[in-house]
Design a binder for this molecule. Sequence first.
Ligand code: PXL
Length: 293
Amino acid sequence: MPAPRAAAVHDLSGFGRCSLTIVLPTLAAMGVQCCPLPTAYLSTHTGGFSGNTFLDLTDQIAPVAAHWKQEGVTFDAIYTGFMGSEKQLGLTADFIRAFKTTDNLAVVDPVMGDHGRPYRTYTPEMCREMASLALLADVLTPNRTEAALLLETEYAALRLDQEEACRMWAERLSLDGCRSVVLTGVQLCPESVGAVCFDRETGRTEFALAPCVPGQFHGTGDLFASVLTGALVKGKPLLAAAKLAAEFTSLCAARTRRENAPDREGVDFEPLLWRLGGALETGRDVVHAGSEY
Ligand code: PXL
């Protein structure tokens, strides 16, 4: 069987791991072919660096989609992330509509901000457009900041430290069960961190948690959503996919801390990627999927 295939609509940032520099290797390590549609090329990501270059690739989205259509290209998943402009959000929605079928999966990571604040390139109009794009998602993967923006709720009110509150926010984000939701940033106790998952297939809301590594690690949201997407494409149910994503992200955060890697350079994940293939092959968790590196 040929590898399953995912279209990835994200930016490409040359330095400072995030978006496509995480999506491409992660999906490949999980045995999924990744077809990138870069929304912009930046010299670095926008957090922790100043004066980054920004080459807007908005005008490429429609012609690339048209060429792929003409060539009869199909996808098992469409996975979208960071957007560079309001126009891009509309074009990405058109892309999903053009390639979505009843059999494939649209994963929308509504990348807009972190730690209670939108990223400096995100305008209120872009946040509103992201809410429209999210209507096309089969699976939505907001963090706490993005959930607050999507629900137009105060960040402080969107507490993710109590089970019942977590369930409520995840279910609200599902829009009455229309889409599955994996809401990250859940911390029910100091020792663990992860996501609350509403699965529209089962109607259940459950938790995917992993050991908490204190500190902030740039790119962990992109890593989490990429592992989740890869596992879903490989046929894992939502909760199992979220557990793999939470465990692998925690393992990579622990390595980043242990190796003292600078935060703005992003999570130090490459040396651990082989564990993902091992976990998928053997059904074991990422910690036990092989010997210690
Ligand atoms: O990790 C999210 C992300 C993606 N792409 C770019 C970013 C960020 C976060 O800062 O700046 C360009």
